[in-house]
Ligand binder design. Structure first.
Ligand SMILES: [Zn+2]
Length: 91
């Protein structure tokens, strides 16, 4: 699976400080992070930032251009600062 490592800024749900981490983005809908200031674990929900890549761009089809395949997939549209939530213990 193709993954991308990116630098993200998170805002701690507990102490409200921001911190930056490199995280790999996968198909998972959540990231687990830990605040370097208060050491609280946090969960970042990625789903709200996920966008399906569809034919969002108006496509001009030229005659003879037979390649009309849609690039199915998704991308993330992240804000500058990602909100985190308290990690709930798995039941
Ligand atoms: Zn913190």
């Amino acid at each position: 699976m193709k993954t991308t490592k990116q630098r993200f800024t998170f805002r701690c749900w507990n102490c409200h400080k921001t911190y930056t981490l490199y995280r790999e983005i996968t198909m998972k809908q959540q990231l687990l992070v830990a605040c370097p200031f208060c050491e609280k674990e946090a969960v970042v929900e990625l789903a709200p930032f996920k966008r399906e890549i569809k034919s969002t761009l108006k496509k001009v089809t030229l005659r003879g251009d037979g390649d009309d395949g849609e690039s199915a997939g998704f991308e993330y549209d992240f804000p500058d600062e990602l909100p985190t939530e308290e990690r709930k213990e798995a039941e």
